[in-house]
Design a protein around this ligand. Structure first.
Ligand code: HEM
Length: 463
């Protein structure tokens, strides 16, 4: 689509040197446009240049739309920025967990949590991952329809519970899952100006939010209490957190601190991977040729429907490429925001202290300047050795972010994604129901707006 076909008006600010922007709506300015269709809005804005501008609830927002500028923000000058408003506001839920903390506290927490994500540790989670996936796949029946979005959420939540906290949240996953969904939906609402005040009022939104928070707190404090009582060292993240001593001599972590870390990891560790798998099954259902190639690899590497193990991972290259390509087109974290704590210049524009700087993986990873057949699902582009690493280094592919705040669960997510996809697609073929509408719900993560009802069909394996 060329610029003239989009209703954009370049607004050159006369007095300040502001980057180009889109004409705001008469009522609500840019805010309503952004909320109605966030990915569409940033895509339109990005066409205006490498730096574009809009205003939301009195906040100046600068969108960076070039990999060099993104590297500058996340790596070179990361010290000049803190997490954006959505995450600052998320503190009312997550407290001071790894996702929301800043500075020294963040580094301390990152060091403490890191061992749970070491390569060897992740290998030890593999059996748990495939066990949960094959149990779920064995409960499915040929010919039935299931909402894959919900199934994947349930599955990945169970896996985080089991691997990091040795907790069986299976019995309560529906309740916990519903509470998590409420909280994720609330993130949109957290961006509304004055939401700090709204949150305290007895309005339905705030009531739902508080109820969801109570549900999750009761589950998580329950897990913590049980472990404290048993005193057992299970060698998992929860035991690590409970045994950790503050380096500065502040003693052990309080229950509230442990709760903040646990809730953060429960939330950050399940939703994103679930979305990736859901979009992957959707993409496969729309690209039969790629689906056949995937099934061929699975039948070759895992003959007779064998359940994959960690040793199979190096041979599941096409499976991994399918996931990489799915995260390119539907990055679960579709945008990142940072607040400037000091003035900085990006692409010739001075960004003042206090401004919000935004980048969108959704836009960058579909940019025709950097991607051939940008809109096409082509897993083959990831097949050559180091393809993901090279694209990461160029900052044209960053589903896990970059710099010091890069995702701590990246390796966990790759391992889990490949094992789950191989286990499920090894047994079933999933086809989109004809009446299933597809839309994007770009909240904190990129979710399918209308769910993802798919028909479960038997795979025909070679003999
Ligand atoms: C496909 C799966 C995943 C994607 C796409 C993803 C994406 C991201 C991104 C983009 C960030 C950076 C946020 C920022 O810079 O503002 C991040 C941070 C984080 N992720 Fe993930 N993530 C995934 C899976 C996981 C898993 C499985 C876990 C844990 C089990 C996890 C835990 C975290 C945590 C704790 C942070 C904060 C790290 C810090 O600030 O030091 N993520 N993730």
């Amino acid at each position: 689509m060329d610029n003239s076909s989009v209703k954009i008006k370049l607004m050159k600010a006369q007095t300040q040197n502001l980057p180009p922007s889109i004409k705001p709506s008469f009522i609500g300015g840019h805010f309503f446009k952004f909320r109605r269709d966030p990915t569409g809005f940033v895509t339109e804005l990005a066409r205006l240049g490498d730096v574009a501008y809009f205003k939301m609830g009195g906040q100046h927002v600068y969108l960076l739309n070039h990999p060099d500028l993104v590297r500058d923000l996340l790596v070179v000058n990361a010290h000049k920025f803190v997490k954006g408003r959505a995450l600052q506001r998320a503190k009312s839920l997550l407290g001071e967990g790894l996702l929301t903390s800043e500075g020294e506290a963040h580094l301390r927490q990152r060091r403490m949590i890191q061992p749970a994500f070491h390569r060897e540790k992740i290998k030890s989670y593999a059996d748990s991952m495939t066990e949960s996936a094959s149990k779920m796949a064995s409960e499915w029946k040929a010919g039935e329809a299931r909402d894959i979005d919900k199934e994947m959420m349930r599955l990945t939540l169970q896996i985080v519970g089991k691997t990091l906290f040795s907790a069986n949240v299976e019995d309560s996953t529906d309740e916990v899952g519903a509470a998590m969904t409420t909280l994720i939906e609330m993130f949109n609402y957290l961006l509304i100006p004055f939401s700090e005040i709204l949150e305290k009022l007895p309005i339905p939104h705030a009531r739902r939010f508080n109820r969801a928070k109570e549900t999750l707190d009761s589950v998580i404090y329950g897990i913590i209490n049980e472990r404290r009582k048993s005193g057992e060292d299970k060698g998992d993240l929860l035991s690590m957190l409970l045994m950790a001593q503050d380096e500065e001599g502040g003693g052990a972590m309080t229950d509230k601190q442990v709760r903040d870390e646990c809730l953060t990891l429960f939330l950050a560790g399940h939703e994103t991977t679930a979305n990736t798998l859901t979009w992957t099954f959707y993409l496969l259902s729309q690209n039969t040729e790629k689906e056949i190639k995937l099934h061929e690899e699975l039948d070759r590497v895992l003959p007779g429907g064998k359940i994959p193990t960690i040793e199979d991972l190096p041979n599941l290259k096409f499976t991994e490429s399918v996931l990489a390509e799915s995260m390119r087109l539907f990055p679960p974290a579709w945008a990142l925001g940072r607040l400037a704590v000091e003035e900085h210049e990006f692409g010739g524009y001075i960004i003042p202290k206090g401004a919000l700087v935004l980048l969108s993986m959704y836009v960058l990873q579909r940019d025709r300047r950097f991607w051939e057949d940008a809109e096409v699902f082509k897993p083959e582009r990831w097949l050559h050795e180091n393809a993901v690493k090279e694209a990461n280094q160029k900052f044209i592919y960053l589903p896990f972010g970059g710099g010091i705040r890069r995702c701590i669960g990246e390796q966990f997510a790759w391992t889990e994604g490949v094992l789950l996809l191989a286990t499920i697609a090894g047994k079933w073929k999933l086809s989109l129901l004809p009446e299933q509408k597809i839309g994007l719900n770009a909240l904190m993560t990129l979710r399918p707006k209308y769910g993802m009802k798919m028909k479960i069909e038997k795979r025909h394996r070679p003999h």
